[in-house]
Design a protein around this ligand. Structure first.
Ligand SMILES: C[S@@+](CC[C@H](N)C(=O)[O-])C[C@H]1O[C@@H](n2cnc3c(N)ncnc32)[C@H](O)[C@@H]1O
Length: 236
């Protein structure tokens, strides 16, 4: 069951990710989550340069943070879901990784700056796209890369089945509530993602002092159309 809302607060979003954190950890660790393991992770990891410091924004349970750790000396994973961070500290432990239970907006007030940021499917989970992107820019050094994925705004509504909802309007932003699903498993745990038209992602990046270097459409298993987008933006 899908429900479209105008907005939803970060605290409510965080509660949802807290509740599903253990399930998500198991889905990725056992390989059940095909898209995470075999589409999104390789798309991000294959483009990473070697750097001194890397931050994973909206790291969830840290499975990708740990895989990305080989590319940097100092690695930080941030996520406002305390439950996800607790799991990360146990299951994706690495002496060079620090996990911090904070939203990027809060973390950006500390004036710590990184050489590279990655973020998997988190920009679309944040209630405020503008503040998520501008806080992400604040924690990057000039010339640093921000490599992140989002659900493909044109085709995700078809994949999730809300494209035909009479309240859906591609040009507008919506909070989309629905039971979390991966290709091989449906859950009865509700999560929320935010739909934004593609031009909103791109114009928000440009307005936040990012230069867009690459936009790649990613296809997954069992859906003919592109399901995700990878964006590579440089802090200017
Ligand atoms: C779809 S999950 C992805 C988690 C992880 N990147 C992964 O690949 O498993 C989205 C994550 O974004 C986090 N998130 C939402 N708003 C955020 C914000 N403003 N700053 C940082 N993380 C945020 C949520 O808590 C959630 O863990």
């Amino acid at each position: 069951m899908i429900n479209l809302r105008k907005t939803k607060s970060l605290s409510r979003i965080v509660r949802e990710w807290d509740s599903i954190a253990a399930i998500r950890d198991e889905q990725v660790r056992t390989g059940k989550d095909h898209s995470a393991n075999f589409v999104l992770a390789p798309a991000i990891l294959n483009t990473l340069p070697r750097v001194r410091s890397l931050v994973d924004i909206g790291c969830g349970t840290g499975w990708l943070t740990r895989r990305a750790a080989q590319y940097a000396e100092v690695i930080v994973g941030i996520d406002p879901s305390h439950e996800s961070i607790c799991i990360g500290k146990i299951n994706n432990k690495d002496e060079r990784i620090r996990y911090i239970p904070e939203a990027v907006e809060t973390f950006s007030k500390k004036s710590k700056k990184f050489d590279l940021a990655i973020s998997n499917m988190a920009a679309s989970s944040s209630p405020e796209l503008q503040s998520f992107i501008s806080a992400s820019r604040k924690i990057l050094k000039r010339n640093a890369l921000f490599i992140f994925t989002i659900p493909h705004p044109c085709f995700w509504p078809l994949y999730w089945g809300y494209a035909s909802d009479p309240r859906f309007n591609y040009q507008k932003s919506f909070a989309v509530e629905g039971d979390f699903k991966i290709q091989s498993e449906n859950s009865n745990m509700m999560t929320t993602h935010f739909h934004h038209p593609l031009d909103q992602y791109l114009s928000t990046l440009l307005a936040s002092s990012f230069h867009i270097e690459e936009v790649t459409e990613l296809t997954g298993r069992g859906f003919r159309l592109p399901r995700f987008i990878l964006i590579k933006a440089r802090a200017v």
